[in-house]
Design a binder for this molecule. Structure first.
Ligand code: CTP
Ligand code: CA
Length: 226
C-alpha cells in the first residue's frame, strides 16, 4: 500500500469530516449559499486517509475532486448534513467540521418558480440547527474539531465557539487576509486547544494545514486510548 504513510498513526481511527457549503432552496431555480470551496475539508480527508484513518466525508456541493480511499456522502442542505452527521456520529472517534453550514434557511420553499412581480421582495428565514453545538452536547469519548472563519475579533470569537460548542480544538482563520480562507489553495490559521493554548501557523498550503491539524488530533486520540 504505497498510498499509506509509514506507521499509519491514525490506523483504525474513525474520522468523520464535513466540508463545503450548503444550499438552502428558495424555489426550483434558486438557493442561498456561501463562498466555501470545500478545499480545506477535502485536504483533511485526503491526509487523514493517508495516515491510515477510516474516513467518512459528508460534503455539500463543491467542484473539487473527491479524495481517494474516502467514503463520500453528498448532501445539499444544512438539514441533510445534520441528518447524515447524526447518523455517523455515534460510531466516530474524531469529528472535524470544516463545512460552512448555512445559519438560516427560507421558511417557505416554493414549488414553482417565483415570478418577479413585486418591486421589493422579503424572504423570511429561520435558523438551522447548529450541528456542531449538538455534537458538543452529545459528546462522549469523541474528539471534536470546529472551524471559525471570521472577519474581525478572531481570537475572541474562536475561543467563545470552542467553549460554547464543547470542542477539543478550533481552527480559526481571518477570511479577509490574503492567502487565507475561501477558494484559495493556502490558508493562515491559528489552532486553539481546550486549555486555550494557541498554535499560530504561517501561510501554508491547505494540505500542510491539514497535516498540522491531524498531528494535534493524533496526540489527542492517543490520550483517549491510553
Ligand atoms: N456549524 C455547524 N452547524 C451550523 C453552523 C455552524 O455545525 N448550523 C459549525 C461549522 O461547521 C464550524 C463551526 O460550527 O465548524 C463554526 O461555524 P461559524 O459559522 O464560524 O460559527 P457559528 O457558530 O455559526 O456563528 P456565526 O456564524 O454567528 O459566527
Ligand atoms: Ca455561521
Amino acid at each position: 500500500f504505497e498510498k499509506r504513510e509509514h506507521g499509519e498513526p491514525l490506523k483504525n481511527v474513525k474520522v468523520l469530516i464535513t466540508a463545503g457549503p450548503t444550499r438552502e432552496k428558495v424555489d426550483p431555480v434558486r438557493y442561498f449559499t456561501n463562498h466555501s470551496s470545500g478545499k480545506m475539508g477535502y485536504a483533511i480527508a485526503e491526509q487523514a486517509a493517508k495516515l491510515g484513518a477510516n474516513v467518512t466525508l459528508i460534503t455539500g456541493p463543491t467542484s473539487v475532486d473527491f479524495p481517494n480511499y474516502v467514503h463520500v456522502i453528498k448532501v445539499e442542505s444544512a438539514d441533510e448534513m445534520y441528518q447524515q452527521v447524526m447518523n455517523y456520529y455515534p460510531n466516530a472517534d474524531v469529528v472535524i467540521k470544516s463545512a460552512a453550514v448555512a445559519d438560516y434557511r427560507p421558511i417557505h420553499t416554493f414549488e414553482q418558480k417565483m415570478k418577479k412581480s413585486q418591486d421589493h421582495l422579503v424572504i423570511e428565514m429561520e435558523k438551522t440547527t447548529d450541528i456542531l453545538k449538538e455534537l458538543g452536547m452529545k459528546k462522549r469519548q469523541q474528539i471534536l474539531v470546529g472551524f471559525a472563519a471570521e472577519t474581525n475579533d478572531l481570537e475572541q470569537y474562536a475561543k467563545k465557539k470552542l467553549q460554547s460548542k464543547n470542542l477539543d480544538l478550533i481552527v480559526a482563520n481571518n477570511i479577509t487576509t490574503e492567502g487565507a480562507g475561501f477558494g484559495t489553495d493556502t490558508n493562515i490559521v491559528t489552532i486553539y486547544d481546550r486549555n486555550l493554548t494557541k498554535t499560530e501557523l504561517p501561510l501554508l498550503t491547505k494540505t500542510e494545514v491539514a497535516r498540522k491539524l491531524l498531528e494535534k488530533v493524533q496526540s489527542l486520540v492517543k490520550g483517549v486510548k491510553e
